[in-house]
Design a protein around this ligand. Structure first.
Ligand SMILES: [Zn+2]
Ligand SMILES: [Zn+2]
Length: 572
């Protein structure tokens, strides 16, 4: 049975959490976290690599020791290093580290002093006001922890879209191998390219449904079969995700696809339009007086209420139905419209691949240009470049460009915005760049007004052209810093700056709503992957998905343009 990358990454992260609680060496902890990240980012399965005898120690940040551990997990399903730690510490402590406000040091404390081992223990201790008396705790923190626990209970578990994609695609491939199956589609929020996905909704057409259900529940990643009927089933995957399947006849396919794609609000709106026309629209089809008049395709559903086809990413009832009625639906950007990537790192800073490898990978993806945006010196953990090292890289890019035909490496840098809003590198080096990407990487705790002014001050520098990952959020990890986003948008517009839609699946920052706001204000968006390896360039699909949710068309995006036009736009 194949182990999934997400599961290996999860084991490494859990080990890192527990080691941190024990107070282990920080470099050791960091090594496990980095390895987990590497594994999560890999587009190929580590299990397959092991099977094919490939050398895992060649992977960035892995090395001999960790490669051996991955092999152990893949081959035996066991992880001795984790077992050793859990012999000393309850592994449930790892889940406590993730509670906002806690962290490893405090978890160690509540375990030692109060015997807290689980979320339930923690809630009980907080309710009994036992936390506030401990060092490192306060009544305020105690209240906050309780609040977090309450919220946790009421929200379903969600996954980043890249994690969902891994399982969605594996399940789709699995179902396509089932004899007699015609169409297989993963509907729901996954099809709408939402940044996080709760569960997977598969829809299958097939004349005979029984063996389809049997095939579905035999998927190798199944941890538990939670429901099983003749035309539908639900499973829980080992990675914690839920997946549902429905087998529908071809005549209902379009209606079912529309229904299960959602969103709920969009569906309600469409149903109401149907009712006004004397139609009943549901997952089985389109009916007039109980007589079926359509439902084979989604186009039929929209046509029944007088609308053209609406792309899944727009279906949030955020004005798309009105736009469709008025013939002003956007012609959404596609991956094919993207001519290059405007944000990536090489091993000169914290990337894993060399400049030439990144360039080759960009060319292999059919791009015309790639901007190299290594970190500036303030980002010390990322080995950011000072003036001298950046200058050396620029010379290297110049030489490389001389040897390239039909492709251009753009000279850039992801320059830190310092706490006072000045840039981390002097103008005399910035002027050698094709354009400058600026970003906030520290001091997230400023109040909204100060943080906004810090960013506006950075944009006052005429060299600052693109604001990277504008809100700094990490999906499912931390919210963005406090920010007056409308002021940032206006400020960017006034100063001729552009905003980034960072495609990294843990960022997807700007979000869809702010992309649309930027478009309406006439601010162009740069889609960059923030790739830290050649494989990271593939995250462009998630950025494009998010851009589509933000109603963006090719004309709203910087990197749909050929270099000469882009160059004019980026000129100071
Ligand atoms: Zn960054
Ligand atoms: Zn970056």
């Amino acid at each position: 049975m194949a182990v999934h990358n997400a599961e290996v990454a999860e084991l490494f992260n859990r080990l890192a959490d527990l080691l941190e609680i024990e107070g282990a060496n920080v470099f050791r902890v960091r090594a496990y976290r980095r390895a987990a990240q590497t594994i999560e980012d890999l587009p190929v399965s580590v299990a397959e690599m092991v099977e094919q005898g490939q050398d895992l120690s060649k992977l960035p940040g892995i090395g001999r020791d960790l490669a051996g551990k991955i092999e152990e997990i893949v081959k035996t399903g066991k992880f001795t290093a984790l077992e050793e730690v859990t012999a000393r510490l309850p592994s449930s402590l790892a889940t406590l580290v993730a509670v906002p406000g806690l962290g490893p040091k405090r978890v160690q404390l509540i375990h030692d002093k109060l015997g807290v081992r689980s979320l339930e223990d923690l809630a009980a201790a907080a309710r009994a006001h036992k936390l506030r008396s401990l060092p490192r705790f306060s009544p305020k923190l105690e209240a906050r922890i309780l609040e977090e626990l309450e919220r946790h209970r009421t929200t379903e578990r969600r996954f980043r879209i890249a994690t969902a994609a891994e399982f969605a695609e594996a399940l789709r491939a699995h179902m396509q191998r089932c004899p007699g199956v015609e169409q297989v589609v993963v509907a729901g929020s996954y099809r709408r390219c939402k940044e996080t996905v709760g569960d997977l909704d598969l829809l299958v057409t097939c004349a005979k449904s029984k063996h389809v259900i049997e095939h579905f529940v035999a998927f190798e990643e199944v941890a538990e079969i939670t429901a099983k009927g003749s035309t539908r089933a639900a499973i829980a995957l080992k990675a914690g995700m839920q997946a549902d399947i429905r087998v529908v006849p071809a005549k209902s396919y379009g209606a079912a696809l529309h229904y299960f794609t959602g969103s709920k609000d969009h569906n309600i709106h469409i149903r109401k339009l149907g009712q006004a026309r004397g139609l009943k629209i549901n997952e089985y089809g389109i009916f007039r007086d109980d007589k079926r008049i359509g439902g084979r395709t989604e186009e039929e559903v929209f046509a029944a209420v007088g609308l053209p086809y609406i792309e899944p990413e727009l279906r949030e009832d955020r004005g798309e139905i009105e736009a469709a009625q008025e013939g002003r639906l956007p012609k959404l950007v596609t991956l094919r419209d993207i001519r290059g990537d405007l944000h990536c790192h090489t091993n000169a800073s914290d990337g894993k691949n060399a400049l030439v490898q990144m360039v080759e990978a960009a060319r292999a993806r059919g791009y015309e240009y790639l901007a190299i945006t290594d970190h500036s010196k303030h980002a010390t953990v990322a080995r950011g470049l000072d003036e001298k090292r950046l200058s050396k890289q620029l010379d290297e890019i110049d030489r490389l460009n001389d040897s390239l035909d039909g492709f251009r490496v753009l000279k850039s840098c992801e320059v830190d915005i310092l706490a006072d809003g000045t840039l981390d590198l002097p103008d005399r080096i910035l002027k050698r760049l094709d354009f400058v990407v600026c970003a906030v990487h520290y001091k997230f705790d400023m109040d909204a007004k100060s943080q906004t002014e810090r960013i506006l001050r950075a944009m006052d520098n005429p060299y600052c052209k693109i604001l990277a990952h504008p809100t700094g959020r990490l999906l499912l990890e931390r919210p963005g810093y406090a920010l007056e986003i409308e002021r940032v948008l206006r400020g960017a517009k006034e100063r001729g700056c552009f905003l980034e839609l960072n495609s990294h699946p843990s960022r997807l920052d700007l979000d869809d709503v702010h992309c649309k706001a930027a478009k309406e204000m006439g601010i162009l968006i740069s889609i960059g992957t923030d790739a830290h390896s050649t494989m990271g360039l593939d995250a462009m699909r998630y950025g494009v998905g998010q851009a589509r949710r933000g109603w963006l068309e090719p004309k709203d995006i910087l990197n749909t343009r050929p270099w000469p036009e882009l160059k004019r736009l980026l000129a100071r």
